[in-house]
Ligand binder design. Structure first.
Ligand code: CP
Ligand code: NVA
Length: 321
């Protein structure tokens, strides 16, 4: 027998605040685990635990500063399927809402639960939580990024197209927002091609693009929708008005030429998949014919939030990768 079986055991603890810190091997391990677990539990009732219940006895705190449907239900179900449980709460119902510091909240949660998922506006709040927590902190969306959604998107593309994500080419059309940022990061870490067609004035954050460019070629920002999706195997968009933002006439009219229509889909590859993180505004960023049509993978994409987040939780707690 090698090693000691007594004494303190080193516990692996990883945050999932951005995609790059997991690296290509980490993200690959998460995607592989998600595909494997999804297949292994086919046919089980949704609330039944996976056969190995790898997080039995573990609790995840889910804290929301902003509304959510998919993130809320998928993280709660993920913990149930892994054999653990979740405590879901609005940030405003915590002492955080009365001014208790993020650092003190991190210290207290680290004593009471095994991991925290936070959805908040300022990315700095999430980073501060991560800095002071001794348990994994998971990004459930900030104004800057939405990495869990990008993971579900990659999983869905691999499922639909039957090949690894690094052998695919994506066209983003619309706002240069938090989803665009996480897909830029995903493309540069995993090595797939991503063209972004965005209106002038609504470009993704320059620092996010520069960081991706420093990792290599493959991310290209342009100002034409057609050029962005030309021959792409994935067409992806998001709402024109994100949570906490006010719609302006200027923005809506700038976005109009970036609407996903059957004509735009026709410029993509014949087997192209359409993605949208949801919620959707039919008739704005995409017409009903596309999102409710045969090329749309949005319901698989929403379900895959569950499967990929189970793998993210296992990775954060040192059970895989
Ligand atoms: N896509 C997504 O994160 O959805 P929710 O806002 O409903 O969580
Ligand atoms: N860009 C959107 C994503 C919602 C899941 C928002 O931040 O509102």
């Amino acid at each position: 027998m090698t090693g000691r079986w007594w004494g303190p055991r080193a516990k692996l603890m990883r945050h999932f605040i951005d995609l790059a810190s997991a690296g290509r091997a980490g993200l690959r391990a998460i995607l592989d685990e998600a595909h494997r677990r999804k297949a292994a539990r086919a046919g089980l009732p949704k609330g039944a635990p996976d056969a190995d219940a790898p997080l039995a006895g573990h609790v995840l705190a889910c804290i929301f500063e902003k509304p959510s449907t998919r993130t809320r239900f998928s993280f709660d179900m993920a913990m149930r399927q892994l054999g653990g449980s979740a405590i879901v709460t609005a940030a405003g119902e915590m002492q955080l809402g009365r001014g208790e510091t993020v650092a003190d909240t991190a210290r207290v949660l680290s004593r009471l639960v095994d991991a925290v998922m936070l959805r908040c506006a300022a990315h700095a709040t999430l980073e501060e939580l991560g800095e002071h927590a001794t348990i994994p902190v998971i990004n459930g969306l900030t104004n800057l990024t939405h990495p869990c959604q990008a993971m579900a998107d990659m999983m869905t593309v691999e499922e639909r197209l039957g090949r690894p994500v690094d052998q695919t080419c994506w066209g983003w059309v619309g706002d240069g927002n938090n989803m665009a940022h996480s897909l830029i990061e995903a493309a540069s870490v995993m090595g797939f091609e991503l063209r972004l067609g965005v209106p002038h004035g609504y470009d993704p954050d320059a620092a996010v693009v520069a960081t991706a460019a420093a990792r290599g070629d493959g991310v290209d920002v342009m100002h034409k929708a057609l050029a962005a999706v030309d021959g792409a195997q994935v067409v992806v968009t998001d709402t024109w008005v994100s949570m906490g933002e006010t719609a302006t006439k200027d923005k809506l009219s700038a976005m109009a030429p970036f609407r996903v229509t059957p004509e735009l889909m026709a410029a993509a590859a014949p087997d192209a998949v359409f993605l949208h993180c949801l919620p959707v505004h039919r008739g704005d960023e995409v017409v009903a014919e596309v999102i409710d049509g045969p090329q749309s993978a949005v319901w698989d994409e929403a379900e895959n939030r569950l499967h990929v987040q189970k793998a993210i939780l296992l990775w954060c707690l040192g059970k895989i990768g």
